[in-house]
Design a protein around this ligand. Structure first.
Ligand SMILES: NC(=O)C1=CN([C@@H]2O[C@H](COP(=O)(O)OP(=O)(O)OC[C@H]3O[C@@H](n4cnc5c(N)ncnc54)[C@H](OP(=O)(O)O)[C@@H]3O)[C@@H](O)[C@H]2O)C=CC1
Ligand SMILES: CC(=O)N[C@@H](CCC(=O)OP(=O)(O)O)C(=O)O
Length: 858
């Protein structure tokens, strides 16, 4: 078992843990990393006597305690209310005769204790501890010690700000100066974020002035925090906050601080609060034009929401027109905002008509085109809207919509929203009135039909075959139940499964998809495609292993992609599928998805929908994007970083193999709440891949003699995964990031190994990086940050599994760290991740069909 998996066995917390089991299974192993795991595990369940037991065992070996195990021990004590004991421990180590033992204590340990003290309202003790730490430091001036001290001050500031102890936080900033650690712009950012949180624009302006006075240069983030604080401030009618906000923008321009997209939304909010919404939109548009920013959908979404909040009847429509005129994308979020706004304001007919017009949905049509015609916009919210309308209005005007509702009754619907509708109907209407209002439902229910997607048929199993209750509210309840029952996702007991197709099934990632999906309890593989080369064959003919397993007995034959595209031909109606996995060569998916009905969800393993910017796509893939409107709605599916977006996606762009570990390792370090922990301008990613990464299609460069017994770099300074990695890192950092990225081909069939070299921010240690990643991924089933400073992840330990394993090492060069990460390129790097995304998109447990894929070693 890999050391990384050890603590996961007890991740469930005290309730799930049999403490005796932990010791029985692990005490004999006795390695350093296992001791770390044990202390962590026992700390989590509050068994401090056991923590001490293992700590003492470690100390008895005479080995200086590794800093990260000390962090675990200190955290275990502090989290269990034993801050005093933790302090004594640090003091005893610092007083040790052995310099290596003394060196094991660093600012991270103090930072843990400071946070615990502040959380326990022990402010004075925190300051005393900090000053004690300061006294132990040698060296003066702006050196590493000063940087580390500043980090500790920031720990205190952050904890105070979170507890809303603003006066104390401000005092700390002043105190920093007195202690010879002048506050930095980060110190102010922490305070400003607190002002933002409580909407104290006045204080934010004073802090900004303070920075000017102290000659600390504010950056874009500081200005954004000030404007955000203004946006949350109570509106004083005697003072026009919009002028103040524009003054801040003028300051930025004068000081040559870039006006970034991040400031536009708070700016808009200031205008909205001062009832100058449209003026605010104009100002933001002008700034976007002046600074070459792309028109932002989110900005308009906020404006539309503000218009609804203010009860304005014309403005949402006006804003949609402006978006249209400026070519701004109408996203799912805009759609949801419109649905929500019109529903809140009870302007149903107007809402449906505006939404239909804006999104190009046919008026009064039925079926898929009517509700899902706009690519990437799910039917879910409009369906809820219509259902709400039925409950609230129920008059003849909605009769026509019932056809659509009936057609769509099988889609997955958020029952909560419908529950709320029903609740409101209950409260608002008498039983009789409600009965009248809900009459059209009986038409729906008695029709008992659903365009082929429900399991109803004549079997009596379908959601609409239940008999109606006596009163309208209970019928409404039945509607909710029916909509919730997700017939195509039931699986158990012979009910219908999710119908999927695998396009490119004869390729390496396609075959890996089939391998995983055959173990998926509620997936029914209806379609497998290949090129003309393999069309007509069974999968077993191209991959004999599928002939050896009974689960594969019913797989369809490989069909030529062109044949499958001709809907209804060749025995499979692609439009009847719930989802397709596209494991096709680049550019093929675009062509296929363009003609696919919007009711079919897409998980694309190629690079076709990964780059949000279609110009960048064209630059790297050598031809214009064939479906730019679909690209605009696609979601980049790295679940650990974008899970919420994936949930609502229709098209999910599965990340590239190299970009997966790179982003998992680096994004959390760039998006850290205290600011980037690493320098975004000097990242080096050195990557190696096994040969399956190049696909199964025969090519000279993957011949045995070309790859065996040697290795080589390829795509040097020109690999198309560089822009993909940069896209993710830039989003995390909130500014453009470029990387040195070099891939290599190594004589392995599966596996990716990445070594990432980073320069750390002053005062940040490799331990901080590691802890950040460990904290981020602690709840994640597939990402493991290895315990122990010497555990180097190996590709052989993740082979065949959906796991990414990584570790962080302090470089011998001060201020630098090295991160290594491994993954199976075909599994987490492609097909496993695709199944993970699929599970998320269909609201299934994310580990379905994946947790059983144990790493295959030896
Ligand atoms: N391999 C990997 O580790 C990773 C791959 N990817 C991406 O996943 C996709 C698939 O990769 P991979 O499985 O390795 O590739 P393969 O070359 O192994 O498989 C490609 C598949 O597409 C089919 N195909 C090829 N040309 C056509 C065509 N003109 N029309 C229809 N079907 C066609 C092939 O059919 P046939 O067998 O009949 O030729 C085969 O089924 C690619 O976009 C790749 O970049 C992403 C992450 C990792
Ligand atoms: C070894 C090898 O050749 N690897 C492939 C990347 C595999 C992958 O992830 O491809 P996509 O980004 O296209 O999905 C390459 O370098 O092109």
């Amino acid at each position: 078992m890999s050391p990384a998996t050890l603590p996961r066995a007890v991740d469930g917390g005290a309730a799930d843990v049999d403490v005796s089991d932990i010791s029985r299974s692990r005490v004999s192993r006795g390695t350093l990393q296992e001791i770390g795991s044990l202390i962590k595990s026992f700390g989590r369940v509050g068994a401090l006597d056991r923590c001490w037991q293992y700590w003492n065992e470690l100390r008895q070996t005479g080995t200086p305690p590794p800093a990260h195990i000390l962090t675990i021990m200190v955290s275990a004590l502090a989290n269990n209310g034993q801050v005093g004991a933790a302090m004594d421990l640090l003091r005893s180590l610092e007083g040790d005769a052995n310099p290596a033992v003394r060196a094991s204590v660093n600012e991270v340990h103090y930072s843990r204790l400071l946070t615990a003290l502040i959380r326990g309202d022990r402010f004075d003790e925190a300051l005393a501890l900090l000053s004690e730490w300061r006294q132990r430091q040698t060296g003066h001036g702006e050196g590493p010690q000063q940087g580390a001290t500043r980090v500790l001050f920031h720990t205190i500031l952050d904890a105070l700000a979170r507890m809303e102890s603003y006066e104390q936080a401000e005092w700390v900033v002043g105190h920093m100066g007195r202690e010879g650690v002048p506050p930095s712009h980060l110190s102010y950012t922490i305070l400003l974020r607190a002002c933002e949180g409580r909407g104290d624009g006045g204080k934010a302006l004073r802090l900004l002035q303070d920075m000017y006075d102290r000659h600390i240069d504010p950056d874009s983030e500081v200005y954004e925090a000030v404007v955000s604080a203004l946006a949350g401030s109570p509106v004083d009618l005697t003072q026009d906050l919009t002028e103040t906000a524009m003054g801040i923008v003028a300051d930025m321009e004068e000081r040559h601080v870039p006006v970034t997209a991040a400031i536009l939304i708070p700016l808009l909010k200031v205008f909205a609060r001062c009832r100058k919404l449209l003026r605010g939109v104009e100002v933001c548009e002008d700034l976007a034009d002046a600074y070459g920013m792309a028109p932002s959908t989110t900005l308009y979404q906020h404006a539309i929401r503000a218009a609804f909040d203010q009860g304005s009847t014309d403005t949402p429509d006006l804003l949609l027109k402006r978006m249209h005129a400026r070519g701004v994308l109408l996203s799912q979020a805009v759609y949801d905002t419109l649905v929500d706004g019109y529903a809140r304001n009870k302007r149903f007919e107007e809402g449906i008509s505006t939404i239909r017009e804006a999104f190009g949905l046919p008026q009064g049509g039925t079926g898929s085109a009517a509700l899902g015609g706009h690519e990437g916009v799910s039917d879910k919210s409009l369906l809820q809207f219509i259902a709400q309308m039925i409950v609230e209005r129920g008059d003849g005007a909605v009769d026509g919509l019932l056809h659509e509702l009936r057609h769509y009754a099988g889609v997955v619907v958020d029952g909560g929203a419908l529950d709320r509708c029903v609740q409101r109907a209950r409260e608002a209407a008498t039983a009789k009135a409600a009965e009248d209002e809900l009459t059209p439902l009986s038409t729906l229910v008695s029709a008992n039909g659903h365009g082929g997607q429900t399991a109803a048929g004549g079997s009596g199993r379908g959601p609409f075959s239940r008999s109606l209750g006596a009163d309208a509210a209970s019928r409404a309840r039945q509607l909710v139940t029916a909509l919730r029952s997700e017939p195509s996702v039931q699986g158990a007991g012979g009910a219908q499964k999710i119908r999927v197709g695998v396009l490119g099934a004869s390729g390496y990632t396609g075959a890996e998809l089939v391998r995983l999906l055959l173990n998926h309890p509620i997936v029914d593989i209806q379609l497998l495609t290949a090129s003309q080369r393999s069309a007509g064959q069974t999968l077993g003919a191209v991959y004999p292993q599928f002939d050896y397993v009974s689960q594969a007995a019913d797989l369809p034959r490989l069909m030529a992609l062109e044949e499958a595209s001709e809907l209804g031909e060749g025995g499979v109606d692609v439009s009847s599928l719930d989802a397709v996995f596209c494991a096709l060569p680049h550019a093929k998916t675009q062509e296929f998805v363009k003609v696919l009905p919007a009711s079919v969800k897409v998980i694309d393993l190629s690079a076709d929908f990964r780059l949000m910017d279609t110009d960048t796509y064209e630059q790297w893939y050598g031809k214009p994007h064939a479906a730019p409107d679909l690209q605009a709605t696609a979601v980049y599916g790295l679940p650990e970083l974008h899970r919420t977006k994936v949930e609502g996606a229709r098209i999910c762009a599965n990340p590239g193999c190299y970009p997966t570990p790179a982003q998992l390792a680096l994004c959390p370090l760039l998006s850290h709440e205290s600011g980037p922990l690493i320098d975004a301008d000097s990242i080096i990613i050195d990557a190696k891949s096994g040969v399956t990464g190049a696909g199964r299609a025969p090519k000279q460069n993957t011949l045995f003699c070309e790859v065996a017994d040697g290795m080589h770099a390829y795509g040097v300074a020109a690999h198309r995964h560089a822009p993909e990695i940069e896209q993710g890192l830039s989003e995390a950092a909130g500014r453009p990031v470029v990387v040195n990225f070099t891939p290599h081909l190594v004589p392995l069939s599966r596996g990716i190994f990445e070594t990432m070299y980073v320069k750390m921010r002053d005062g940040v240690t490799a331990e901080t990086l590691k802890q950040t990643l460990a904290d981020k991924y602690a709840p994640e089933p597939f990402v493991h940050v290895l315990e122990g400073a010497k555990s180097v992840p190996e590709t052989r330990h993740v082979r065949g599994s959906n796991v990414v394993a990584m570790n962080v090492f302090a470089d011998r060069i001060s201020g630098r760290a090295i991160i290594t990460a491994v993954m199976d390129n075909l599994c987490k790097g492609a097909s496993g991740q695709a199944v993970q995304n699929f599970n998320i998109m269909f609201g299934l447990p994310e580990t379905t069909a994946l947790s059983g894929q144990l790493p295959l070693f030896p």
